[in-house]
Design a protein around this ligand. Structure first.
Ligand code: SF4
Ligand code: SF4
Length: 664
């Protein structure tokens, strides 16, 4: 046992050291904060397996295997101890606790075996599209089953050899199996017991050494990855520091932070991220799973090189390490490991991140590579260049004169901050609400509702600039960091305490990302929430209108990224005559319109159009109207209606427009 433990544990320690030093080759990332929030996440998402509980079938199967692993790991320690003392037990397990454990352990052993049979059946016969069906995964399933079976059979033989054991009946499954040895000679049973004992221990230690080489590394890294997760809402990008840096974004594996490298180790290749990725589903060359898996392969390639050179150990991210890495002949991260088109195809919708059971963050990974393309290589897809020029020159992606930012108001009664000095709410209009004719209608409807309800609000007019979302999402962090402080300074000038906006992208930016740039003590509310409150307070009264069937489309930046699903639905449900119907993909499962992540300002010429996919689904509900609460979604769905010749049967409107029409 000593030889076995020494060999296997030293081999394992060597592999883990390589993995550790590879992470050290990555950039720094502070995850030492908010210990109690991290513990909560560890308990609910890690140990509680919250994200898998959403998914009956495969999700629950995994929960069964995970819980079983936790339970039988105590047994594994016991069996290793019995290599030294055949009567070894864990402390306190000699008495009643040990007997209770025997019942629980045998029950979980059965659960694991059933779950493994289900897993193998799915892989061999059902073959779900999202799974990467590899022989390795099947082999691992059989390997784990053999660990459990050898423990049960070894235990059964031991019970047969020792009829006076207290565990008879408590280790109920082993007791049942011990019947197999009823007619066997004692010597034969002893041989069974010994063979199963050594088989189990060798297989466990071999399994441990196999883990860091494949997708099952997550068995070891998933809980640390969950503990070290990002604690901000899903759509938030981290602030990039420019001071003292020569390169920006990620153009090589070692430009990723150590935490992103931990993501690569932790991917289970389950494909949940890819299953409903709008880019993948509509035939773009982007698969969020492949992004992570390809990067992992490249990272291991780098690790092999570093180990071979043998100088990185102890060096971490040093000049020596960087020189060694630089000299390595390897495929380019962007262009060879990851398709450049894939990096641009992401709409930052967040489906992947919210469905990844081990909290892998795809969006920052992809945006970091865009940052490299834009800021280091000046590579920007053609049409996007115009949008960036517009943002730079006129603070809007349509490149319309900044001086015309409040032209949309016309004769409408809309107070300006410069006239009022202060107001309860700053209405942040956003670029779409200011310049895009369809969304100007929405903004006008919203202002009429606010006027009707007597809300004390004002707009910034020509003092407002783009919130920075398009620049930031496409990777032009430098431009974004020029824009954001200007808005923040204006907010501070007017002592703004509350901001309301009809754009989920502006909402996400001001609420979640501006605080990193000095915005403090400002409450941000989406117009759907404010309108819902005004109805509750009786300040807006809705009447019954024409009988209409309406389906609501969730904006990714309102729903998945900020967890606001019910407010817009509540607004619609207050209108008599409206029958709400849901699309199959709604709320957390909502399907993107295709405009996020700066895609609104890029061509979509590969595969089918994302907005067409979504409008087909909306039309299939039989709805007369698809409602949104986002200017980008409204534009995309409106375009899709026209392009698919549905203008006669279906229309797209914002909830503010529907409310205004049905105001008492
Ligand atoms: S954020 Fe959306 S579009 Fe981007 S990779 Fe994830 S699922 Fe695909
Ligand atoms: S990134 Fe997450 S969801 Fe995607 S394959 Fe890996 S573990 Fe599964």
């Amino acid at each position: 046992m000593t030889i076995l433990l020494f060999c296997s544990l030293s081999l394992f320690a060597g592999t883990m050291a390589d993995r550790y030093w590879l992470m050290r080759a990555g950039e720094s990332d502070n995850r030492n904060d908010r210990f109690s929030d991290r513990m909560k996440a560890l308990m609910s998402i890690g140990f509680g397996q919250k994200r898998l509980l959403y998914e009956p079938g495969a999700g629950w199967m995994h929960v069964g295997i995970f819980a079983g692993f936790l339970v039988v790991s105590l047994r594994t320690i016991t069996l290793l101890g019995r290599g030294y003392d055949p009567h070894f037990n864990l402390p306190f397990f000699d008495g009643p606790l040990g007997l209770i454990y025997a019942v629980v352990k045998d029950s979980f052993a059965l659960i694991i075996l059933l779950a493994l049979i289900f897993a193998l059946y799915r892989r061999l016969f059902v073959k779900p599209e999202r799974l990467h069906l590899s022989g390795e995964a099947n082999f691992i399933i059989i390997w784990i089953a053999s660990l459990i079976a050898s423990d049960l059979l070894g235990d059964a033989a031991a019970l047969r050899l020792n009829p006076a054991s207290h565990e008879h009946g408590f280790a109920w499954l082993s007791t049942l199996l011990s019947g197999m040895f009823a007619s066997s000679e004692t010597d034969q049973v002893q041989i069974w017991s010994n063979v199963m004992f050594w088989f189990h221990n060798i297989a466990v230690l071999a399994f441990l050494n196999f883990l860091p080489f494949g997708k099952h590394f997550h068995v070891l890294t998933a809980l640390p990855a969950v503990f070290l997760r990002r604690l901000t809402p899903g759509g938030v990008l981290e602030k990039m520091e420019f001071e003292g840096r020569e390169s920006f974004g990620v153009g090589k594996i070692e430009d990723f932070s150590w935490r992103r490298i931990l993501d690569m180790y932790t991917c289970t290749e389950c494909g949940r991220c890819t299953e409903m990725c709008p880019a993948y589903v509509t035939g773009k060359p982007l698969s969020p799973r492949s992004i992570i898996v390809n990067e992992r392969d490249q990272a291991y390639h780098l690790a092999d090189h570093l180990t071979a050179v043998g100088k990185l150990k102890g060096a971490g991210k040093t000049a020596v390490a960087s020189t060694l890495i630089e000299g390595q002949d390897r495929p380019a991260l962007i262009g060879e490991v990851n398709d450049e088109e894939a990096i641009w195809a992401c709409t930052t919708c967040g489906y992947c991140q919210t469905h990844c059971p081990v909290m892998i963050d795809h969006i920052p990974n992809i945006v970091d590579q865009r940052r490299h393309l834009v800021m280091m290589e000046a590579k920007v897809p053609g049409i996007l260049q115009n949008a960036l020029k517009g943002l730079e020159n006129n603070s809007n992606p349509w490149n319309v004169a900044a001086a015309g930012r409040e032209d949309w108001i016309g004769d409408l009664e809309v107070p300006r901050m410069r006239d009022k000095g202060q107001a309860d709410y700053l209405l942040f209009v956003g670029c779409a609400g200011s310049y895009d004719s369809r969304n100007v209608d929405v903004m006008k409807a919203l202002c009429q509702l606010l006027n009707e309800a007597g809300v004390d609000y004002a707009v910034l007019g020509t003092e407002e600039g783009c919130c920075g979302d398009p620049a930031r999402r496409v990777g032009h962090e430098y431009l974004f960091q020029m824009q954001a402080p200007q808005n923040i300074t204006t907010f501070q000038k007017y002592k703004v305490g509350k901001v309301v906006t009809a754009c989920p992208h502006c909402f996400n930016m001001i609420a979640n990302e501006y605080p990193d740039f000095g915005l403090e003590n400002v409450d941000v509310i989406h117009h759907s929430e404010l309108l819902s409150e005004l109805v509750d307070q009786g300040k807006l009264k809705l009447k019954g209108g024409e009988k209409t069937k309406v389906t609501f489309h969730d904006s990714c930046y309102l729903g998945r990224h900020n967890d606001i699903y019910e407010a817009p639905r509540k607004v619609l449900s207050g209108i008599g005559g409206i029958e709400q119907v849901e699309m199959d993909r709604n709320r957390r499962e909502g399907f993107c319109c295709g405009a996020g992540g700066g895609r609104m300002f890029m061509e979509e010429d590969i595969g089918t159009r994302i907005n067409h996919n979504r409008i087909d689904e909306a039309a299939n509900t039989g709805a007369d109207e698809v409602c949104t609460a986002c200017p980008f979604c409204l534009t995309m769905l409106g375009d899709a209606i026209k392009e698919t010749d549905r203008s006669e049967k279906l229309r797209a409107r914002d909830i503010a427009e529907v409310m205004l029409e049905n105001l008492e």
